[in-house]
Design a binder for this molecule. Sequence first.
Ligand code: IMP
Length: 195
Amino acid sequence: MTMMNKIVFATNNENKLREAREILAPLGIEVISQREAGADCEPEENGVTFAENAMIKASAVYDIVKCPVIADDSGLCVESLDGRPGVYSARYAPKGQECAKLLAEMKDIPDNSRGAYFQCTIAYIDAEKYFTVSGKCVGEIGHEERGTNGFGYDPVFLYNNGKTLAEMTADEKNKISHRGNALKELYKKLKEKGE
Ligand code: IMP
């Protein structure tokens, strides 16, 4: 296998960057941030699907760096809220207030209807091809914030081991997370294509 060893990650989100590095470094892939690659852009995410937004971000950075690029569009889909906040997860509430707002909005939802999942869609672009891969993490929304690791909605997202994502170590989260699952798919697909 001649797996490429460097990919630019089209993101300004330090948490996404850290997780991608933790997951891809052991697989022999070095993740360069878009800032390190000299791509100073933040395109408008005006797509209506995770895949559209991931492609928008990846292609904006690919146009500048012209080397293999990935972008991640992700969010939390809550069943009792008809899939909201979904692709609008980043804009649901001011940063740091998303968990409190979600708990307030769900205060009357009973335990058996609090199912939710995180989705992560990764777009990949290089000179010859482009594609998207996705990963999910299924769980439920708790009644309070627990834990201090991770970011975003992690403190209210309960996994089936009884811990929130914010109570897990980075390693524990990466093994079961939507981002971990999507990046494993990406690695598989690149390997199939002989990269
Ligand atoms: P975007 O992909 O930049 O549109 O932002 C996705 C948003 O979804 C983030 O700002 C977080 O609020 C949320 N999100 C995505 N992945 C995670 C995660 O792993 N944990 C907690 N929240 C996440």
